[in-house]
Design a protein around this ligand. Structure first.
Ligand SMILES: Cc1ncnc2c1ncn2[C@@H]1O[C@H](/C=C/CNC(=O)c2cc(-c3ccc(F)cc3)cc(O)c2O)[C@@H](O)[C@H]1O
Ligand SMILES: [Mg+2]
Length: 216
């Protein structure tokens, strides 16, 4: 059985990246996915926007929806302060195990916990089972039609506080129209759009930042 694309990404990281160096892992994935096989990592252009917003927020507790190969988990975790942690949810076991290995090669595994399962099943467990009080930062990059229902679920589970930052990838391409409709005319969120391009392509894309203003 020949290898999957994600396995080939792990191979190139394991062979070419400098162990314990997150930047070199990110560069290695970006080079491979722009030259050899496109893959749905947030990438280096949108990655710089993600970096800036993470640095401005300086979060202690981060949730990511959709780990895939771990690229954005590494991107975020490398910027976190010592005690801060990132929980990332992934329901595909093959992707979860590949991400785990890539995250270990990057040397950020002490900050990252991969939670295997569906976001709608795991989000309600975050408080009791994973000892989360509030989320400071949420990166949405999983199935696009899950962005809106999972945002509502986060609110319902009391996981957002005044100032919690949501950042959603791909709101132009492939697009997340229900999420945009829900979040933009919602008085509990302050939204900003960051225009960019689809990873490794000249196609337009954007990320939406939504700051939670509180339940009132
Ligand atoms: C409810 C639930 N629970 C847990 N894990 C979940 C989950 N839903 C999905 N996952 C996981 O997250 C990732 C899925 C990411 C989906 N992302 C995209 O579809 C995506 C697509 C493109 C794209 C652009 C142009 C094209 F021509 C084709 C594709 C670009 C992107 O940046 C994307 O993010 C993947 O690892 C999946 O297993
Ligand atoms: Mg994406």
């Amino acid at each position: 059985m020949d290898q999957s694309k994600e396995q080939r990404i792990l191979n190139t990281v394991s062979y070419n990246a400098i162990k314990g160096n997150p930047e070199s892992v990110l560069d290695c994935i970006d080079k491979y996915c722009s030259k050899s096989e496109w893959a749905m990592n947030v990438g280096d252009e949108k990655g710089l926007i993600l970096d800036k917003i993470v640095e401005e927020t300086n979060p202690s507790v981060v949730l990511e929806l959709g780990t895939y190969c771990g690229y954005s988990a590494i991107r975020i975790a490398r910027l976190l302060k010592p005690k801060a942690r990132l929980l990332t949810i992934e329901f595909n076991p093959e992707f979860a195990s590949i991400a785990k290995e890539i995250i270990e090669i990057a040397g950020v595994n002490d900050k990252v916990t991969i939670l295997e399962g569906h976001s709608e099943d795991i989000i309600p467990q975050l408080k009791k089972k994973y000892e989360v009080e509030k989320l400071d930062f949420v990166f949405l990059d999983h199935w696009k039609e899950r962005y809106a229902p999972d945002t509502i679920l986060l609110e319902e589970c009391g996981l957002l506080r005044k100032g919690s930052v949501l950042l959603a990838d791909n709101i132009i391409y492939p697009g997340a129209p229900e999420f945009i409709k829900y979040i933009r005319n919602n008085k509990h969120f302050e939204c900003t759009t960051f225009l960019s391009h689809l990873e490794y392509m000249k196609v337009e894309d954007a990320m939406e930042k939504a700051v939670y203003l509180g339940p009132e």
